[in-house]
Design a protein. Structure first.
Ligand code: TMP
Length: 209
């Protein structure tokens, strides 16, 4: 049985991850591969409970280190209970965010050292790395305008533009460091142009798999 491919989508809020994930999943399924769609934090019942804790902002503050550890706790559950079993059975997995989000948000945004994040990543998912990461990129002001239209902001969305700018720059640096794994799609363009870019990526991927 051939292992499924592991594809992740990354980017700051408002770049249109959900729509583009739907689109790519449709193309892959039409080609005959089963696809599991998942998201982080979340993806399994326990990990979704952790997602709720991470996103809501009540009276009690959540220290940055707790945020980091909860993200990896949720990830280890999702990897163990959903992602790895799917890949092993030949199902392709598309995840809305994975460890690059932690590198960008907790590393770039909150300032945690790379070594701590990589140590936790190794502990949580060992050698599991995405085969392909699609970075949906747009300037922060463009993305924030779109995200603003989605109602009540969660604990991450209340951050200021400077925070998201650091996150975006961290993503771009990650992509520069691993050009073979990353594909950057400019999402400041209209949806048709973005879809054309996703189609091109899918064609190359499906040609070889
Ligand atoms: P979203 O997937 O609906 O955008 O919400 C997830 C939020 O969690 C988003 O604001 C980014 C944040 N996040 C991190 O800060 N670090 C992570 O590792 C992950 C997976 C998400």
């Amino acid at each position: 049985m051939q292992r499924g491919l592991f594809i992740t989508f990354e980017g700051i809020e408002g770049v249109g991850k959900s729509t583009n994930i739907d689109y790519l999943a449709g193309l892959i399924e039409a080609h005959g591969h089963p696809v599991l769609r998942t998201r982080e934090p979340g993806g399994t019942p326990i990990a979704e409970d952790i997602r709720r804790i991470l996103k809501e902002h009540g009276d009690e503050p959540l220290p940055d280190v707790a945020e980091l550890l909860l993200l990896f706790a949720a990830r280890s559950i999702n990897v163990n209970n959903a992602i790895r079993p799917a890949l092993t059975s030949g199902t392709w997995v598309i995840s809305d965010r994975f460890t690059d989000s932690t590198r960008a948000y907790q590393g770039g945004g909150r300032g945690f050292p790379v070594e701590s994040i990589e140590w936790l990543a190794e502990l949580a998912h060992g050698d599991l790395q995405p085969d392909l990461t699609i970075l949906l990129d747009a300037p922060v002001d463009v993305a924030m305008q779109r995200a603003d239209r989605r109602g009540e902001p969660d604990r991450f969305e209340v951050e200021r533009a400077e925070f998201f700018d650091r996150v975006r720059q961290a993503y771009l640096q990650l992509a520069e460091r691993e050009p073979d794994r990353f594909a950057i799609v400019d999402c400041s363009r209209d949806l048709d142009a973005v879809r054309a870019a996703i189609s091109e990526i899918a064609e190359a991927l499906l040609l070889n798999n």
